[in-house]
Ligand binder design. Structure first.
Ligand code: RRO
Length: 311
């Protein structure tokens, strides 16, 4: 069996697959489930200065080809994640720990990132792309605002920082985003967050399938994969020599993970499938990837990374 061991920046991972920030990673018990699984790392929900209940229910729905959510950043607040990070690290010392950092407004980001300097996190994933907070635009769709946020958080402490990006759809936007990102010494880019503000309607009830924001929410799963692959590939072309890229969006199988690897990903995260299948998905997908690598005679993931062939 080929090894799927990899690295994100300076952090070594024993395998290629772990949880996407979002589903089932809010509480200590949920994080323990990920810790006990074969996930390559443990990632926590993005946290804010104060605890949040999030948006009203129903706010998540499985769909035929994925999921839609408008969770609204439910989390225990940054102080709780500082504390539980030490517990998680004691219980699972060999697993890299990534703590998510978010904000409702710009001023929240430095507060959260400052406090997380005292956490046991190996890396922070700063969420520049939450689509579901009412009245708040996604930071990474406004390049001046992205620059300002990164300038602020990158001047705080020395915890390695990566960013969660939204899907982009235009080559000019990829280039503008890359120009901003390249100014900072980031550990990784995580591509992509859900496709924001999608609308799924149930024709029987004649209503949307989730309640918040009139039914608009973030689309994940198979609907997202081609867009996620395009984002990984484009950023790999533009910045692959600078930053590791974590692929997320529609990884259901080892074959999906292999496609992200060919596009240039150094690891993949799993969101919708973790919600639907539970923690055994990490081992299954990683094993399927190892079998593909062996069959295709790649000795390691590094051997295949970014090796997308052109027609
Ligand atoms: O909590 C959410 O509603 C949420 C967040 Br913060 C995010 O970054 N992406 C998403 O699909 N949902």
């Amino acid at each position: 069996m080929a090894s799927t061991a990899t690295r994100i920046g300076k952090v070594e991972l024993a395998s290629f697959v772990f949880n996407a920030i979002g589903p089932k990673d809010v509480t200590l018990d949920e994080l323990r489930v990920i810790g006990k699984s074969s996930a390559a790392a443990i990632a926590t929900k993005s946290c804010t200065p104060l605890p949040r209940d999030g948006n009203e229910e129903p706010r998540y729905r499985d769909l035929e080809l994925g999921s839609i959510n408008s969770m609204g950043l439910p989390n225990l607040g940054v102080d709780a994640y500082v504390e539980l990070s030490h517990t998680i690290k004691e219980e699972f010392p060999d697993k890299p720990l990534i703590v998510g950092a978010a904000g409702i407004g710009f001023e929240d980001f430095p507060v959260v990132v400052e406090k997380l300097q005292k956490s046991a996190a190996d890396m922070l994933e700063v969420n520049l792309s939450c689509p579901n907070v009412k009245g708040k635009p996604q930071i990474a769709y406004d390049f001046a605002s992205m620059d300002k946020t990164l300038k602020t958080v990158m001047s705080i402490g020395d915890k390695p920082i990566g960013v969660k990006l939204p899907p982009y759809f235009d080559f000019v936007h990829f280039e503008q985003a890359a120009e901003v990102l390249s100014k900072y010494d980031l550990e990784f880019l995580c591509c992509v967050n859900s496709i924001g503000n999608a609308l799924v309607i149930d024709p029987e009830t004649e209503a949307p399938v989730i309640r918040p924001k009139g039914g608009f929410g973030g689309l994940g799963g198979k609907y997202l994969k081609p867009t996620a692959l395009a984002n990984v590939r484009k950023f790999y072309e533009l910045l692959g020599d600078r930053f590791a890229i974590i692929g997320v969006g529609g990884v259901y199988t080892g074959s999906d993970a292999f496609e992200f690897l060919l596009a240039g990903a150094s690891a993949v995260q799993v969101g919708t499938v973790f919600m639907q299948e539970g923690p055994k998905c990490f081992e299954r997908i990683d094993k399927e990837l190892a079998e593909i690598l062996k069959r295709k005679k790649y000795a390691s993931v590094e051997d295949a990374k970014g090796k997308l062939k052109m027609l």
